[in-house]
Write a protein that binds this ligand. Sequence first.
Ligand code: TXA
Ligand code: MG
Length: 348
Amino acid sequence: MKTELLIVDKNVDNLDIYPQITQAATFLKENEVVAFPTETVYGLGGNAKSDEAVLKIFEAKGRPSDNPLIIHISKKEQLNEFVKEIPATASILMEKFWPGPLTIIFQKKDGVLSDVATAGLETVAVRMPEHPLALALIDAAGLPIAAPSANRSGRPSPTTAMHVWEDLNGRVSAVVDGGPTGIGVESTVLDCTAEIPQILRPGGVTKEQIEAVIGEVKVDPALTNVQAAPKSPGMKYTHYAPDAPLFLVKGSRDFIQQLIAEKRHEGLKVGVLTTEENSDYYEADVVQVCGQRAQLETVATALYDSLRSFNKTDVDIIYGEMFRNDGVGHAIMNRLLKAAGHKIVEEL
Ligand code: TXA
Ligand code: MG
């Protein structure tokens, strides 16, 4: 399959009549799949009402079929078509955080969306992205758009069109290039079908921000206890992993440098995932800087590109610094732990 690269400046006016957007929307209406930028990561979109389109998404990504997709909309009114009811807490959250990086789980109306998209569940995950290209594209297609992150399953999510191209060139009809995404980690997935809403995946909107609006929310116990079965099917898979094994290190810089030195002594090439504050400190084969520790948003923005960048080097092993586990740090640590397969080295 030939993949079209459609480059669009997200700052132009009248995006809805921009030829590249029209072309991408035509693909979507024809049940073809198209990658496009959102404010979190690039998504791989397809008509959420069509089994044919949604199967193409799963196929292009190599995604397990029991992992449901998020449905993207550009107007709140679209919800009524496929959602049974909108609980009061969800209304408040939509008012506050849509468009934006919050995905809400609702009870699903039967017979509207493809059952392949929702993996046969009775619930559906929905979000309205805050990116002019995503909104213009969904509008132009006039459809709810199912869109997982536009990476091959298991790889770090894409934050640039180049990342998408690396993973999906030849497997999708088009990639809309709107430049790098801003937030860098995926949306927060919040289940609003229960009495007390529950975070199933930490992401761009923090627990603290949600609680400031609706009061107490729960966090899926599986996010802190690796033994428990997660309620969000996608959270059980290995994900985001670079090619070389990644070990997170709970300990001082000195301890990390000692680990690096030991492995180099054994003849291995060693990479370290660090931040601006600490990067000068390490002596390793690859020192990858991922944002500024003092501003965790910058770490989130750079995280997936940093993980991917190790694949362009010949490192045999990677050590990574850890981060505080609240605010945006919750999403960062969740992704890092998955990328590391929960391998942690602790300084005693
Ligand atoms: O930021 C994002 O959310 C990006 C952009 C493209 O919008 N999309 C994204 O999609 O991250 P994906 O497919 O990579 O992750 C969707 C997550 C998975 O963990 C999936 O299991 C969960 O949402 N999910 C979807 N529907 C669900 C449902 N009905 N109940 C529980 N979890 C659900
Ligand atoms: Mg994903």
